[in-house]
Write a protein that binds this ligand. Structure first.
Ligand code: BG6
Length: 458
């Protein structure tokens, strides 16, 4: 049997925008997703926007009962910044305070440990209007928001995260045009990345000063970079991919500094952000207590075949080409490679190169389209998802056996949720959501997950 250590966290993650539903009775301010949907609804799969996502806001009590039914001893969600502070700062929304307190208390009453994240791609629109993460002032607003969250909920919540996947709002928002504000502006991307690392460090500082007896970390999506071959040029290409995709946030979060090679590349391309020594020392002196890692896919690269277009805006793949490995396993619905051993490589990387810091898998999962075809006797038989989890857990277990300090495994996600521009195209849940009726039904993977958690393994 694959058995995990006593007290291992089993559960799932979600985010406020993806689960609560934006059109609620309280005074939530708009975030960039609400506005983007108003401006360009056709960019969202089937034209479905963030207003009705999974209705957790209304159904949190019964949803928490469902979490119990699928074996959760822990659960991550995020606080919506613009629900708590409709303007991003200033006047607080008391309904939001009540809602989040109720949710966290209800989780505790049900012996489910809340893991709470402060930012999941959801910049308040009022702050985006003044430049979002490009503007240093927004770092101060985030710091105030974070501090308020600790003061309001820190007596219940003992595990915090400052950000979820910060590289995503950098890449998708400022390089690739997949998230609002849809800019292609490498200089802004670097500024946004740096301000995000700084904001995270300020939140950590505030949290530690309050001495609430909990821990604070950051959630990073790690995509280990693998070279096509051991040819020197391929290896060099994969080292550079690793710098941008992983070390850009891992290093400041855990070591309080940036890799010199990354700084050199950024300088070479005239992309250095505006910074002060004082802010750099905040990053240096306020590192995470523990780490959340989302793992979905690796990145495979090889040396570049052609010179980059000198007029094109800088992208990290100026230094490498993506390599399509023959025989790779794909999740065709999401277009992501399935490579379970990657989770082991991450475990060993954290052990060997990041001081074996305490960490956990905060997301791992498989989004599949049209799951209706797998319905038998009323239940979705998602055996592919169970196999996916088993394979990843087997490699994770090996990493733990070899000494990596991993304390938990959260899947993405407990209930089919709204996936940003993919809306409800791919379903990830342990529990099915009927979009017409909002009815919830446990899938086969949900039953399996309960057994996994009860036995502490499989
Ligand atoms: C992670 C995010 O990137 O992956 C989630 O933290 C997201 O918000 C999940 O939903 C799955 O990706 P997607 O794009 O298929 O929803």
């Amino acid at each position: 049997m694959i058995k995990f250590p006593e007290g291992f966290y089993f559960g799932s993650a979600t985010s406020s925008t993806q689960s609560e539903g934006a059109h609620t009775d309280d005074l939530k301010g708009k975030d960039i997703w609400d506005i983007w949907y108003e401006e360009e609804p056709y960019k969202f799969f089937d034209g479905i926007g963030p207003q009705d996502t999974s209705t957790f806001y209304k159904n949190y009590k019964s949803d928490i009962q469902l979490l119990k039914k699928v074996g959760h001893n822990s659960f991550r969600t995020s606080i919506s910044w613009s629900r708590l502070f409709p303007q991003g700062f200033g006047k607080i929304n008391e309904d939001a305070v009540k809602f989040y307190r109720n949710v966290f208390e209800e989780l505790k009453r049900n012996d489910i440990e809340p893991f709470v994240n402060l930012f999941h791609f959801d910049m308040p629109y009022e702050l985006q209007k003044i430049g979002g993460w490009e503007n240093r002032k927004v770092v101060d607003y985030y710091r105030e928001y974070a501090k308020k969250c600790f003061e309001l909920f820190g007596d219940i919540v003992k595990r915090w995260f400052t950000f979820n996947e910060p590289i995503v709002h950098v890449e998708c928002g400022y390089l690739l045009c997949y998230h609002y504000p849809c800019k292609v502006d490498p200089k802004a991307a670097v500024q946004v990345a740096y301000h995000t690392a700084l904001a995270s460090a300020f939140a950590i500082k505030e949290y530690h000063e309050l001495n609430q007896g909990g821990k604070i970390g950051i959630v990073l999506n790690l995509t280990p970079a693998y070279p096509r071959s051991q040819n020197e040029a391929d290896v060099k290409a994969s080292n550079i991919a690793e710098l941008f995709a992983n070390k850009s946030f891992l290093d400041p979060a855990i070591k309080g500094e940036y890799d010199q090679e990354l700084i050199d590349i950024i300088k070479k391309h005239n992309l250095m952000p505006e910074y002060t020594q004082e802010d750099l020392s905040i990053i240096k002196n306020n590192t995470v207590d523990f780490l959340g890692i989302n793992y979905y896919q690796p990145v495979r690269v090889c040396a570049k075949a052609h010179l980059p277009n000198p007029e094109a805006p800088f992208m990290p793949d100026y230094y490498y080409d993506h390599y399509v490995m023959p025989g790779r396993r794909m999740n065709p619905y999401r277009g992501w490679e399935i490579y379970p051993k990657g989770i082991y490589d991450i475990a060993i990387n954290i052990k060997n190169n990041y001081g074996n810091i305490e960490w956990m898998i905060t997301e791992n999962g498989m989004g599949v389209e049209n799951e209706e075809r797998f319905r038998k006797d009323g239940m979705i038989h998602d055996d592919y998802r169970i196999d996916f989890y088993k394979e990843h857990l087997t490699w994770l277990h090996k990493g733990i056996e070899e000494g990596s300090n991993c304390i938990g495994y959260h899947v993405w996600t407990f209930i089919d949720c709204w996936s940003w521009i993919n809306a409800y195209k791919n379903r990830y849940g342990l529990i099915e959501l009927d979009l017409e009726t909002q009815e919830r039904r446990i899938k086969k993977s949900g039953q399996w997950f309960k057994e996994l958690s009860e036995k502490g393994g499989f």
